[in-house]
Design a binder for this molecule. Structure first.
Ligand SMILES: [Zn+2]
Length: 320
């Protein structure tokens, strides 16, 4: 594997340079942000930074033997857990832990990169947890994910979180406000809903926004949603869309719990509702609902009847 430097987030690398200078480098970081935004590339740049033999004004040189080896993917102390699309199993983590315990070959700081950490099985997460609790000197662990809600809260809480935010969302929002004359809250939501790519969604912006609020009202605020459920159950596209609305809502709740600033939420048009509900749910409740939503989405795709899963989601939301 060779490293592309095009999408390295240099403001993150500079932050690490400051940590290094002030000796505040933690032993585990958690890079969180959308797919394709350069989390792995930035993590590799950080690996160069903490090991470069010829730092220039606090930045790696990209020319010394260490930097070159990392760029070519053959540095013996930089371990990247390759993502093969499968879950990350306990065996993978055990191998990693045994390398953490070994003396490094040549690096000042051994680096362990775990991509798509949401794929860690429960067993693997628990094995990793112990290492995160008792860090070994001279090693740095970086986990990356675009789905933080799928990661055990205990893992998250033992790492320093570094957020990577999509610039695409901001420009999509600007486009909606300036050219389409959509109002702020609606533009903000639609930018998130489309993942910053307006071409991903239908042009009936007001319609989508109204359906979003209808879905939230039905799931969260109305005690009896029978009629609404009947409608979405009869239309696969509506069902999918409705699950995505609900997913974004619970993802927002999770972000609020994690102290993420308000501008990064999808539903800024309903922040007071979110804040009110955030207090009613613990991490575990939110994680449960999110995983039920994901299972239901999968079931819809496989043409299963999701009447029962839908009722279960509603019940979990309402059980308090
Ligand atoms: Zn170098």
């Amino acid at each position: 594997m060779t490293v592309s430097t095009d999408i390295v987030n240099f403001s993150v690398v500079e932050r690490f340079s400051l940590f290094l200078k002030s000796r505040r480098l933690a032993h585990a970081y958690f890079f969180l942000g959308p797919k394709g935004i350069g989390k792995l590339e930035t993590a590799l740049a950080v690996s160069k930074l903490v090991n470069c033999e010829n730092l220039k004004e606090g930045m790696f040189c990209d020319e010394c033997s260490v930097c070159v080896k990392i760029n070519n993917g053959n540095h013996p102390d930089i371990h990247v857990l390759e993502d093969d699309g499968e879950s990350i199993k306990i065996e993978n983590i055990r191998t990693l832990i045994s390398s953490i315990q070994l003396r490094s070959f040549e690096a000042r700081t051994k680096v362990f990169l775990i991509q798509n950490a949401e794929r860690l099985t429960i067993e693997a997460s628990n094995a990793l947890l112990k290492t995160l609790e008792e860090p070994s000197r001279g090693s740095l662990i970086i986990l990356t994910t675009s789905m933080p809600e799928h990661l055990l809260a205990t893992i998250r809480s033992r790492c320093q979180v570094v957020h990577f935010f999509s610039l695409a969302n901001a420009s999509a929002k600007k486009e909606l406000i300036e050219r389409q004359r959509c109002e702020e809250g609606m533009s903000h939501f639609l930018a998130h809903f489309s993942d910053g790519c307006l071409g991903n969604m239908d042009q009936d912006y007001q319609g989508i926004f109204d359906r979003k609020n209808k879905a939230i009202n039905e799931f969260i605020f109305e005690e009896d949603s029978e009629a609404y459920f009947k409608t979405i159950l009869s239309d696969k596209d509506m069902m999918r869309e409705s699950m995505r609305f609900l997913f974004l809502w619970f993802k927002d709740l999770m972000m609020i719990k994690n102290g993420v600033p308000q501008q990064y939420l999808a539903n800024i048009d309903r922040v007071s509702d979110l804040k009110y509900f955030e207090k009613r749910y613990c991490f575990k409740n939110i994680e449960e609902v999110l995983s039920d939503i994901i299972m239901t989405q999968k079931a819809v795709d496989e043409n299963f009847n999701v009447k029962v899963p839908l009722a279960i989601i509603k019940e979990k939301i309402w059980k308090k």
